[in-house]
Design a protein around this ligand. Structure first.
Ligand code: UDP
Length: 311
């Protein structure tokens, strides 16, 4: 069995490559390295893995027979929304379409990494898959939110019109090794600041919530969804909700010291609450997250220190 994974050198993509290889698959990974790093896949045995440095908005440069394509190419950090907005919109529109066409022509499975961002700043809590969301179509986050929503619209058009075999995961906040220390997302940022003994930049009053899933848990859910026969979107994430200030407290326990805070303005349209309803994932995939936040944070801190990532 062989699959194509776009975004293979990214944080999630590289963990997914490993999961498929562990299950006996061969993997062709594609990445243009705009936010990914070839270091993330440098350790993977070349007998099972082929890496192509390429932008999927141009084409999917694969001739050989494969059984599926998983589209994980997309910058996903809010700091990228300002820096590379058009690249984000391209990869989730033209890029998604190229992957769908590839799947349609070959009659193979297509899997999309969608996001909890499709729910925007949600008015329904926790968010289940039936909720349509509350997204500002022209705010700074819209380049990501709306392009992922566009991807979903196109995926289900391909399903209805061409009967393409599709799977869609809506990924909630995830953390783990291989996040870039300068990624901008809250967990790598706070860990980097704590290691460097700098103040922790809390946005707003720190009472906004997120629900953080350790990467291994998320990847297991994705792997099961890929192999399921369910074609509608499925939330995968950890339903235990923390305020940003509670996250700081967890880190204080992990580091064994109190951390100094530096309050900054809350960015535009930053969702105030987010927590997945994972009933569907439980029923369909017999999946639930296993790794508690503190244990996951310890692993990431260890990884940041061990890899001596340059700050
Ligand atoms: N956040 C923060 N300080 C930072 C980075 C993020 O307080 O240095 C907050 C941010 O305002 C948001 C939450 O942490 O409410 C999660 O942000 P992240 O960028 O990780 O992802 P998001 O869920 O917003 O896409």
């Amino acid at each position: 069995m062989k699959v194509v994974i776009t975004g293979a050198a990214g944080f999630l993509g590289s963990h997914l490559v490993e999961r498929f290889i562990r299950a006996g698959y061969d993997v062709i990974g594609i990445d243009n390295l705009i936010t990914g790093s070839s270091q993330n896949v440098a350790h993977i045995e070349s007998s099972n893995f082929k890496f192509l440095e390429h932008n999927v908005i141009e084409s999917i440069p694969v001739e050989e027979k494969v059984d599926g394509i998983l589209h994980f190419a997309s910058p996903a950090s809010p700091i990228d929304f300002d820096k590379i907005p058009l690249e984000i919109m391209d990869v989730n529109s033209v890029g998604t379409r190229n992957c769908l066409e590839f799947a349609r022509k070959r009659g193979i499975r297509f899997f999309m990494a969608s996001t909890s961002e499709v729910y925007g700043d949600p008015l329904v809590h926790p968010q289940n898959e039936e909720y349509f969301g509350n997204v500002n179509p022209r705010g700074i986050r819209s380049v990501y939110d709306e392009s992922k929503r566009f991807s979903e619209a196109m995926i289900y058009a391909y399903k209805r019109f061409y009967d393409v075999d599709v799977r869609v995961v809506r990924i909630f906040n995830t953390y783990g090794p291989r996040m870039r220390p300068d990624d901008g997302r809250v967990i790598p940022t706070f860990i980097r600041q704590a290691i460097q003994e700098k103040p922790i930049t809390v946005f707003g009053d720190g009472k906004q919530t997120r629900s953080f899933c350790y990467v291994d848990d998320l990847i297991e859910g994705i792997f099961r969804l890929y192999h399921s026969d369910y074609s509608n979107p499925v939330n995968i994430g950890n339903p235990i909700e923390y305020t940003i200030l509670e996250l700081v407290q967890e880190l204080e326990e992990v580091f064994g010291k109190s951390l100094q805070l530096d309050f900054k303005p809350l960015p535009q349209n930053d969702p105030l609450r987010r927590k997945p309803d994972i009933t569907k994932a439980g029923d369909l995939l017999k999946w639930k997250p296993e790794i508690p936040l503190k244990e996951g944070l310890r692993k990431v801190v260890k990884w940041f220190k061990k890899t001596e990532v340059e700050y």
